[in-house]
Ligand binder design. Sequence first.
Ligand SMILES: NC(=O)c1ccc[n+]([C@@H]2O[C@H](COP(=O)([O-])OP(=O)(O)OC[C@H]3O[C@@H](n4cnc5c(N)ncnc54)[C@H](OP(=O)(O)O)[C@@H]3O)[C@@H](O)[C@H]2O)c1
Length: 344
Amino acid sequence: MSENLPIENRRFLLIRRPHGNPVPDDFRLETTPLPTVPAGAFLVRNHFASLDPAQRGWMSDEPSYMPPIRLGDPVRATTVGRVHSSANADFAPGDWVMGLNALEDYSLVSPGGFTSKVDVTRVSSPSQFLSSLGAVGLTAYFGLLEVGVPKAGDTVLVSGAAGAVGSVVGQIAKLKGCRTIGIAGGAAKCKRLGDDYGFNVAIDYRAKSVQQLSAEIAAAAPGGVNIIFENVGGDILDAALMNLAPRARIILCGLISEYNNPAGHVGARNLWQLIVHRATMQGFLIMDYVPRFAEGGAQVARWIAEGKLRIDEHIEEGLENAYPAFMKLFSGANEGKLVLKIAR
Ligand SMILES: NC(=O)c1ccc[n+]([C@@H]2O[C@H](COP(=O)([O-])OP(=O)(O)OC[C@H]3O[C@@H](n4cnc5c(N)ncnc54)[C@H](OP(=O)(O)O)[C@@H]3O)[C@@H](O)[C@H]2O)c1
């Protein structure tokens, strides 16, 4: 190891399961020596980490598609970085890689770990493997096209519409000839829905009752909505369900309004409308589409290159700022895909 390389590893640990909103005492930044690299493994210097609402779910001990983060472990995160040292013939020091690692300076990747090489010559910043070329565009792409199956002329309602996934859903729906209604928090974000992402109608959900929201959706979609791309849940989903077109499709992608609810999941209260309109609601998980990432990624990259699709990034800096950065997802302070820059 060269003399000027750092010899310490800072790790952002989960030390207590959050109850409601995560608080700083749920986490600790610890400094440890760099791990030794056993045969078949390699050590990655993390440059960027994805901050995702899903991490809040992984902090809870609830049945899920992945085991909860163990107390005392660093917070699980998808990262992009460079191989620092390697005892694996397939990965050489200096290689750029992306994988499911953790919020820490260095991640040890065991043999068979979910990490692959990335070609940084394709991008202006490696962070783009977490934003434009990452799961954001693919979640929007496969969720909308495979579950929602939009047809030209459909009306598509998107919640969390100014966020990473929502903003891409709105743009892909437009590319497929749909009319789009976006719901977001605050006047500035609603302006961006139209200006930056081409939504036909923007609805500000803040300080509105289910009845008020429902009336605004009805005014924007008098014939009802054909597709709901749901990122938020709670009151917004309740209001959306009151405005279904016949045989509407509801893509349940996320329920962020419920993730920090200390009372637990509140549930949708207007499910009877599915019966009235013979609608379907389907849960969606991007992990199911891993075998088709190349296909979806190629189309998303093509749209970006053609100037038809915009994916914004919001970069926060420093592992020591992981907590306030992560919380921006829940205050709505992020403007685009939230990424933490770890390497100084
Ligand atoms: N199923 C999957 O495979 C999959 C994959 C990726 C993401 N997701 C889900 O997709 C959703 C969006 O994720 P993202 O990564 O793109 O994040 P994001 O939309 O970029 O950021 C989260 C946004 O959610 C909104 N929000 C937070 N708390 C809210 C509340 N209580 N009520 C209403 N809106 C609230 C905020 O926007 P406002 O300022 O507009 O409130 C915030 O900016 C999340 O639900 C996430 O879990 C699912």
